[in-house]
Ligand binder design. Structure first.
Ligand SMILES: O=C(CO)[C@@H](O)[C@@H](O)COP(=O)(O)O
Length: 232
């Protein structure tokens, strides 16, 4: 028994959802689950096929990116997770994927416009795209800098990471987060669907209008507002 077993299991279960949801290919992507009282998170080991993963193989890392417990090397994106956990309290799960449609928008360096109510059910703004890494960042501590690139994007756009739980990193791919690893995985699946719908919308009508503010408000608040009447 280890005091980290609970987050190892949470991280493992969340990682195994990525191939099931069609969000990753081979060893792409990674999920982490944090325990803020212990000041650590569990993350998938780097380059290990999903079918070979187990809770015991999850690596325990602190919020400075140092491995605390585990025989395997943590995900190559570990420092990006660590930066976000260290600077953004309240999030306890982070997902990174290379899901096809969200990655296509990230590669285009465009935010995903809010065209419809499916998007508005989850956030009231375009899905933000963080600026791609510059040469200095690429030569430096790349994954560490990716975390700061995400935070700078939210600061510049005046976005609240507790409301907008997803971002595209320009030229790279998406990151999502949430209060739990499961919610972060849910956000990754929603992002991929919204990204596909938006791409098709632009292909059908390259002048498609953004959703009007009244409908954005209606749909978001229907699910998340104080008078929500969604669900049981
Ligand atoms: O971002 C990338 C590759 O660019 C990663 O998601 C992907 O290769 C998975 O790496 P890890 O197996 O988590 O080290």
């Amino acid at each position: 028994m280890s005091k980290y077993d609970h987050i190892r299991l949470s991280a493992y279960n969340a990682n195994m959802q990525l191939p099931k949801l069609g969000l990753v290919l081979f060893t792409f992507g990674n999920v982490s689950a944090a325990d803020r009282e212990l000041g650590v998170f569990a993350i998938k080991p780097s380059g290990v096929p999903y079918e070979d993963l187990s809770p015991e193989k999850m690596v325990i890392v602190d919020f400075d990116g140092n491995t605390i417990e585990g025989d395997l090397r943590p995900s190559s994106d570990t420092k990006t997770h660590a930066v976000l956990y260290k600077h953004w309290d309240g999030i306890n799960g982070i997902v990174h994927t290379h899901s096809t449609y969200a990655t296509a928008w990230a590669q285009s360096q465009r935010c995903i416009p809010i065209f419809g109510t499916t998007h508005a059910d989850h956030l009231t703004c375009d899905v933000p795209c963080a600026a791609p890494m510059n040469d200095e960042m690429i030569k430096g501590d790349y994954e560490y800098q990716t975390g700061f690139q995400i935070m700078e994007c939210f600061e510049q756009k005046g976005l609240d990471y507790k409301e907008v739980e997803m971002v595209l990193v320009g030229n790279h791919a998406p990151f999502t987060w949430g209060k739990t690893a499961e919610k972060a995985v849910y956000n990754s699946a929603v992002l991929e669907t919204v990204a596909q719908m938006a791409l098709l919308t632009e292909q059908i009508n390259n002048n498609a209008p953004r959703l009007k503010d009244a409908l954005i408000k209606k749909h978001f608040e229907r699910k998340h507002g104080p008078d929500s009447y969604y669900g049981q």
